[in-house]
Design a protein around this ligand. Structure first.
Ligand code: ATP
Ligand code: MG
Ligand code: MG
Ligand code: MG
Length: 475
C-alpha cells in the first residue's frame, strides 16, 4: 500500500524522534524578527540563532515539518511553478537538525537508513552529490555507505554550498537524488549537475552548517559545526506514490481536480491548460497559508508577493475560461486537505476566503481599467505611425496597474502591433534588483481599507513577528 502524504510526514518525524530528536512545530511563514528574509524558506530558519551560537538551544537535536515559501528573495521559484513538476511557491520541508551534536557521518547514515530501509527506495535508482571540495563527505558516501564513485557527483557552489540568504549560516551540502526513469529525460545532455529537468529528482539536501557569512561576503567558522537537512514532502510523496509529479500526489491533486471540474477542462490533455491548473493548485495553497499567517495583499514587500500570487492564479483561471472570482472557494479544498495538520487554516477559513474574494474583485476592476489605458497607448502608437508598443509602457501597465503582460501581447497582436518585450524585461530586471536590495522588512503599507476592516474581525490572533518568541514551540 502506498503511503499518504500525511503518513509520510508522520513517518519522517517519528523516525527522527526515535533517534533522539525533539519534534518542533512549524514556525509561521513570516520569519520572526529577521528583516533579511522575506519568507521562511527552509526548516532551519526558526533555528538560525542556535546555529549562530546567539542562543542556547533547549535540545541538541530537533525534527520538524516546516511551512516554506519560495517566492522572492534568494530562493525564488515563482516562475518555475507549473513548468516543472517539482517546484512550488508554498511547500512543506521535512528536516532533522543537530545543534553542535552529530555531524556529517551520522547525518548521512540517518538519511540513508530512512530512504533505503524505511521508505525502501531501490538503491540502484539513488544518486548523491557532494560539494567539490568536501572530500570528507565523498569518503563517507563511498567508503562507509558503499556508494560507487560513479554515482557520487562533485558539484560547485551553485548546487552544493547552501545559504539561507545573502548573509547568515551556510555550509557545504550533500544531496540525494532519485532517478524517475528515462522517460523523464530532457535530452542528450540530461544528468546531475548538467541539466535542470525532473528526471534526477533532488529529494533531500543535507547541509553541513559550518560558516556564517557577513555583509561583505566573508565566511567565518561557526563555533559548533551543525546539521540542517531539508526534504520536500511533496517530492518524496511523488516518488513513494509513484506519480509523475508533485501535482498528482494526494497533497495537491484534489486542487488540480477542483480546477479541472470547475473549468470543465480535463487534466492531462493539453500542456498549456495543465500548466494553468497546476499554477492554480500551487497558488491556492500559497495564498491560503500566507493569509492564515497574517499577510494581507498590499503594494509592497510580502503583501505584494501575495497580491501577485492571487493575480497570477486569477489570470490562469481566465485562461481556463473562468471569468468570475473563484479562488476564494478553492480555499475550502486546501482546508480539507491540510486543515487538521494546520489549524491556522481551518480556524481562519472564513477570513481567508473573504480576503481572497476582495482581492479577486479588485483585480477584475484593475483589468477593466487596464484595458482602457492600454487602448490609449495603442491609439498613441498608431497616431505616431509606429509599429511597436514601447517597453516603458508595458512596464507601466504591468507595474503600476498589475496588468498581465500576456494580455498586452494579445491585444497588440489583434491590433497588428509588436511589443518591445526586451525593453520591458530589462526594466523588470532592474526593478527586481532594486527591490531585492532595498527590502528591509517592515510592515505592509497600503492595504485596502475594506481588507483592513476584515482583518480586525480575524478570529485567530495573528502570532507573527511582533509577538512570537524566538523559542521554538515543542508539540
Ligand atoms: P532544486 O535544485 O530542485 O531547485 P534546491 O536545491 O533549490 O532544489 P534546497 O534549497 O536544497 O532545494 O531545499 C531542500 C529541499 O527542499 C530540496 O531537496 C527539495 O526536496 C525541497 N524543495 C526545494 N525547493 C522546493 C520547491 N520550490 N518546491 C518544493 N520542494 C522544494
Ligand atoms: Mg531551487
Ligand atoms: Mg538543487
Ligand atoms: Mg538543494
Amino acid at each position: 500500500e502506498k503511503l499518504s502524504g500525511k503518513e509520510i510526514r508522520e513517518t519522517f518525524l517519528k523516525f527522527f524522534e526515535d533517534k533522539g530528536h525533539t519534534r518542533v512545530k512549524s514556525s509561521p511563514l513570516i520569519p520572526h524578527n529577521d528583516p533579511t528574509l522575506l519568507f521562511t524558506n527552509a526548516g532551519m530558519v526558526q533555528f538560525k540563532d542556535y546555529f549562530l551560537g546567539k542562543e542556547v538551544p533547549p535540545f541538541k537535536r530537533a525534527t520538524s515539518c516546516q511551512k516554506c515559501m519560495r517566492a522572492g528573495g534568494k530562493h525564488n521559484d515563482l516562475e518555475n511553478v507549473g513548468k516543472t513538476g517539482r517546484h512550488h511557491t508554498f511547500f512543506e520541508m521535512l528536516g532533522n537538525f543537530s545543534f553542535g551534536d552529530y555531524f556529517k557521518k551520522e547525518a548521512i547514515e540517518f538519511a540513508w537508513e530512512l530512504v533505503t530501509k524505511v521508505f525502501k527506495l531501490p538503491e540502484e535508482r539513488l544518486y548523491v552529490s557532494v560539494y567539490e571540495k568536501d572530500d570528507e563527505a565523498f569518503e563517507i558516501w563511498n567508503k562507509h555507505i558503499g556508494i560507487p564513485e560513479n554515482k557520487i557527483f562533485k558539484l560547485g557552489e551553485k548546487d552544493n554550498f547552501w545559504a539561507m540568504g545573502d548573509t547568515g549560516p551556510c555550509g557545504p551540502c550533500s544531496e540525494i537524488y532519485f532517478d524517475r526513469g528515462e522517460e523523464f529525460a530532457c535530452g542528450e545532455n540530461c544528468g546531475i549537475g548538467k541539466c535542470d529537468c525532473d528526471r534526477y529528482l533532488e529529494i533531500w539536501n543535507l547541509v553541513f552548517m559550518q560558516f556564517e557569512r557577513d555583509e561583505k561576503g566573508n565566511l567565518s567558522p561557526l563555533a559548533k559545526p551543525s546539521i540542517d537537512t531539508g526534504m520536500g514532502l511533496e517530492r518524496i510523496a511523488s516518488v513513494l506514490q509513484n506519480v509523475p509529479s508533485n501535482y498528482e500526489t494526494d497533497l495537491l491533486f484534489p486542487l488540480v481536480k477542483w480546477a479541472s471540474d470547475l473549468s470543465k477542462i480535463p487534466y492531462g490533455k493539453s500542456e498549456e491548460k495543465d500548466v494553468s491548473m497546476r499554477v492554480i493548485a500551487d497558488h491556492l495553497r500559497a495564498l491560503t497559508f500566507l493569509i492564515a499567517d497574517g499577510v494581507l495583499p498590499s503594494n509592497e514587500g510580502r503583501g505584494y508577493v501575495l497580491r501577485r500570487i492571487i493575480r497570477r492564479a486569477s489570470r490562469h483561471g481566465r485562461l481556463l475560461g473562468i471569468e468570475k472570482p473563484f479562488l476564494f472557494e478553492g480555499v475550502d479544498v486546501v482546508s480539507e486537505i491540510m486543515g487538521d495538520v494546520y489549524p491556522e487554516v481551518s480556524e481562519n477559513l472564513d477570513f481567508i476566503k473573504r480576503v481572497t474574494l476582495k482581492e479577486e474583485e479588485r483585480f477584475s476592476k484593475t483589468l477593466e481599467k487596464g484595458i482602457f489605458l492600454l487602448q490609449e497607448v495603442v491609439e498613441s502608437v498608431k497616431e505616431k505611425g509606429e509599429k511597436t508598443i514601447p517597453g516603458e509602457e508595458v512596464f507601466r501597465l504591468y507595474d503600476t496597474y498589475g496588468f498581465p503582460v500576456d494580455l498586452i501581447m494579445e491585444v497588440a497582436n489583434d491590433e497588428n502591433l509588436n511589443v518591445d518585450i526586451e525593453g520591458f524585461e530589462k526594466l523588470l530586471k532592474e526593478q527586481r534588483e532594486r527591490a531585492r536590495k532595498s527590502w528591509k522588512g517592515g510592515v505592509q503599507k497600503v492595504i485596502d481599507p475594506e481588507i483592513q476592516k476584515l482583518s480586525e474581525e480575524k478570529p485567530t490572533e495573528f502570532v507573527g513577528y511582533d509577538t512570537l518568541s524566538t523559542k521554538a514551540t515543542v508539540t
